[in-house]
Design a binder for this molecule. Sequence first.
Ligand SMILES: [Zn+2]
Ligand SMILES: [Zn+2]
Length: 123
Amino acid sequence: MPQLDPVSIVVNLIVLVIASYFIQRDAKPRQAHPLLWIMAMFVVSSTFLFQPVALIMISIIASLYITFRPKGKLGSCPRCGERYLERMASCPHCGKDTKKECPHCRTMVPWHESKCPKCGGRV
Ligand SMILES: [Zn+2]
Ligand SMILES: [Zn+2]
């Protein structure tokens, strides 16, 4: 049974809180399930009894998150102003459409455009 080192536990918890904050903030606009990643970090930390080795596991999970999160340009939602991935058709914050369909050629056009970039028709 390894000794519980209070300093390691405190350092681990601080790193967990900071990492959770950043993942939560980064994952929301991308709809990347922040809770799953944060829970994985907590489970790994407690599995390793908040020993220094748990910090290495947390960095590995954080790198996995960065590698596998949905990538793309973030824009501001035209409805609520929150950040979201520009290629998404609806905003993860307010749930409203961020794109509209061109009535002429059925292309998805960004909400703020008044002309279809494909056929030039009014949308
Ligand atoms: Zn929105
Ligand atoms: Zn069109």
